[in-house]
Design a protein around this ligand. Structure first.
Ligand code: GSH
Length: 335
């Protein structure tokens, strides 16, 4: 594996995270070089907390001293910071479809139902440390009896999702969701939970889910897999970064974005420089970042925090969707 550091991008992830794969696939399809910091599948993750980040979910991506949380924001930033060869469509109606698909998979229940279908008998689920960690993450029980009890309803929902693709988006025999020549953002925003689930032995019972029952969906997943494998052959291998070397690399870099701004007409009425807390509301909500507000727009909230080593100012960016921002000490801080 190459140890060259091609640019200021570092992806923090572990390899079986379906959300992280969204970013790995994106970078691979685009051929954008990056370094990666492989972290543990459960907390603690020293290589992240040392940067002053409390956000617990995976992946995060740093570009210099800017740290981006949540794949929705990460993809938007990569598209705007590396515009040549961007994957998003240009016509507004196609862009809208891409965003709807992202909402469907992230917020519309697809990922949540996939999580419920992880079989209770796999060794990781039986590990008490993993169970406790995921209960903190999801705010729901990961006890085996509850996983088993939730399965029928999740399978019923999953049939609806597979049907939506088979009889809807892919029904006319198109290769890619956006009828493009190669995978586009519409595919990237929809394929990942299905790709993940059908790769977990025992998650989907074959009498309900198979290439015979959903031929177009299974062929589409396989096609996407081949497209990524082909891109991987020519894409640069990610450099590995960890520990002291990682901290030095990230904290000694410049900011990727020169300017951030707090919109005066933002409905929250928060002010530049004010101390705020930021946290996701769906999962990972027990881990709040606190810092100085330096950015608040329709797209993102940005706060400044200090790295634990070297005391460098880092900027944490989170999307507005699915996150809460509260003034420290404000009435709503316990919501
Ligand atoms: N909306 C977030 C969700 C990220 C997420 O839930 N990631 C999972 C991994 S696939 C996670 O963080 N699980 C708990 C953990 O790894 O700490 C995103 O788009 O990045």
């Amino acid at each position: 594996m190459s140890t060259a550091r091609p640019n200021a991008i570092v992806l923090f992830h572990y390899t079986f995270s379906p959300y992280a794969r969204r970013i790995v696939w994106y970078l691979t399809l685009r051929g954008i070089p990056y370094a990666q910091c492989l972290v543990a599948p459960i907390l603690p993750r020293e290589d992240i907390s040392v940067l002053g980040v409390k956000y617990r979910r995976i992946p995060i991506l740093s570009i210099g001293r800017d740290i981006y949380c949540d794949t929705r924001l990460i993809l938007r930033k990569l598209e705007s910071l590396f515009p040549t060869g961007a994957l998003a469509a240009s016509p507004p109606s196609e862009k809208a479809l891409e965003q709807l698909l992202e909402q469907w998979t992230v917020d519309g229940g697809v990922f949540w139902r996939c999580g419920q279908l992880i079989p209770a008998e796999i060794p990781l689920i039986k590990d008490p440390k993993f169970k406790k960690d995921r209960e903190d993450y999801a705010g729901r029980s990961w006890q085996e009896s509850d996983i088993v009890a939730g399965r029928p309803e999740a399978l019923a929902a999953m049939r609806g999702f597979f049907g939506f693709l088979e009889e809807g988006l892919l029904a006319d025999g198109r290769e890619w969701i956006g009828a493009t020549k190669a995978p586009s953002m519409a595919d990237l925003n929809s394929v990942w939970p299905f790709h993940w689930l059908q790769g977990i032995p025992g998650a989907l019972p074959p009498h309900l889910f198979s290439p015979e029952i959903y031929p177009k969906v299974y062929a589409w997943i396989a096609r996407f897999d081949s497209a990524v494998a082909a891109a991987k052959n020519s894409a640069p291998e990610p450099a590995a970064l960890q520990g002291e070397e990682l901290v030095k690399h990230v904290t000694s870099a410049e900011f990727a974005e020169k300017e951030t701004r707090v919109d005066e007409d933002d409905p929250l009425g928060l002010k530049q420089g004010q101390e705020v807390e930021v946290w996701p509301t769906d999962t990972g909500f027990n881990h709040k970042d606190r810092g100085r507000l330096v950015g608040l727009t329709k797209v993102e909230v940005v706060i400044e925090v200090q790295s634990k080593v070297g005391g460098k100012v880092m900027r944490i960016h989170a999307p507005r969707v699915g996150f809460r921002v509260r003034a420290v000490g404000g009435d709503g801080s316990k919501m």
